[in-house]
Design a protein around this ligand. Structure first.
Ligand code: C5P
Length: 416
């Protein structure tokens, strides 16, 4: 959609949900970026936020009533939606989506929606059972095929104390989505149209370090935090995949909507991955210990005399190479990581061939980069098709982009 020369005008419909308080922050972000904001508050919405707060932040009067004579003389309701560059519904409740899917027009907000031919971006917010209810999913599908764009809902804790999909997207996410739609960022706009790139696919992700025991109390480990692997699992889930996350010992909470299999050693991880197959995509993000101690000490090794014990190391199974070289049930796409402290690309290119995988994600983990345990990553994707280098990104954003890229590859493989 072309952006007008004048300030872009957002018509924001605030529905009745506890998430309505986040719309105040959304208005603040929009106004800070030179958007004009007109707010329509539904009757239920007014139970959660006051017209005065909305009007103060928007710098405009708030519209509530379909049959207000003053509003009709100042600006007819048709005019309200006609002048807008984009209609945003946040929060979009189950009730509002149901009404919109039916084309009902019995209050100001639903009438405006029906009277508009502009793009509409909805940010659903409701209890997860309501979101997953077949009726809501049916309405969502209907609206999506009518062209309504969606941001969220996110998975997470809900105001009612439950956990699941239904949390309204954060104001920053909605703000980014508004910009993407207005500036015609096709890829993002396609995501917003809800074509979940991994819908119906099963993705297995490994994450975190492995602990290799020396004796019952000591072990060999590494500094992997598991953050990147967990972020990838969450992004794959958000892209519609059924996700199994095989995780070494980490200090991260489980992810809602992701099947978590906790393991300690590389051999346990290999067995858990094997048990999770078949899958469509395998992503080996774990920092698996290459070696384990060849010992069967069932008691703590004691200091006896002056010579320290000699530890003999033996090689662990290579999970990535084993999955990539399967003749039966090989996933359509096998993705490995190359975490290197030197000669990043050289090592990564060799690893692609040696492991037999379809893509290697190279990341520079030299200590000065602070990747291990940190929140950012600089990745290069290497495949037979070429190499793509990304700038330094937050691990969540890197995961989102990686999953988007994987979704495109999977759809090509599947001929979709
Ligand atoms: O050989 P290297 O450990 O550098 O390879 C890294 C890649 O291989 C990562 O994707 C890692 O998850 C995977 N890997 C594995 N099993 C191992 C060692 C590495 O799956 N035993």
């Amino acid at each position: 959609m072309p952006v007008n020369e004048k300030k872009p005008l957002i018509l924001l419909i605030v529905g009745g949900g506890i998430a309505a308080y986040k719309s105040l922050e959304l208005i603040r972000l929009l106004r800070g970026a030179e958007f004009e904001v007109r707010v329509v508050l539904t009757k239920a919405g007014a139970q959660f936020v006051t017209p005065l707060s909305l009007a103060s932040l928007a710098g405009n009067k708030v519209y509530e009533d379909l049959f207000s004579l003053t509003d009709e003389t100042e600006m007819g309701h048709i005019e309200l939606s006609r002048q807008a560059d984009l209609l945003v519904i946040a929060p979009a409740t189950a009730d509002f989506l149901a009404k919109a899917a039916q084309g009902l027009a019995n209050d100001l907000a639903s009438t405006l929606l029906l009277a508009s031919d502009k793009s509409v971006l909805a940010a659903p917010a409701m209890n997860w059972r309501m979101w997953l209810h077949p009726a809501t999913q049916r309405n969502f599908e209907r609206l999506r095929s009518d062209g309504m764009l969606f941001i969220g809902p996110n998975h997470g804790a809900m105001a009612c104390g439950e956990f699941g999909p239904g949390r309204m997207a954060e104001p920053e996410e909605i703000f980014a989505a508004i910009n993407a739609v207005l500036h015609g960022q096709k890829r993002l706009a396609k995501d917003l149209a809800g074509r979940e790139s991994l819908a119906g696919k099963k993705v297995v992700v490994t994450a975190g370090p492995t602990f290799e025991p020396i004796d019952p109390v000591r072990y060999i480990a590494n500094r992997s935090s598991g953050k990147q692997g967990y972020a990838i699992a969450a992004a794959a889930r958000d892209a519609g995949a059924k996700v199994v996350l095989v995780s070494g010992p980490v200090a991260l909470p489980p992810l809602a909507g992701v099947e978590l299999v906790r393991v300690e050693t590389a051999r346990d991880m290999a067995a858990a991955v094997e048990a999770a197959l078949p899958c469509d995509v395998f992503i080996a993000a774990a920092a698996v210990a290459d070696w384990r101690v060849d010992s069967d000490f069932d008691q703590k090794i004691k200091k006896n005399g002056d010579s320290p014990p000699a530890l003999k190391l033996v090689e662990n199974p290579d999970i990535l190479a084993t999955v990539a070289r399967r003749s039966k049930n090989r996933p359509s796409l096998v993705v490995g990581f190359a975490a290197e402290t030197e000669k990043l690309l050289e090592h990564a290119r060799k690893k692609l061939a040696r492991k037999g995988c379809d893509m290697i994600v190279a990341n520079d983990i030299s200590p000065e980069k602070g990747v291990m345990g940190g929140d950012q990553n600089t990745l290069v994707l290497i495949s037979a098709q070429g190499e793509v280098a990304w700038p330094k990104l937050g691990k969540d954003e890197a995961a989102r982009r990686l999953v988007e890229h994987i979704g495109e590859l999977v759809s090509k493989i599947g001929g979709g």
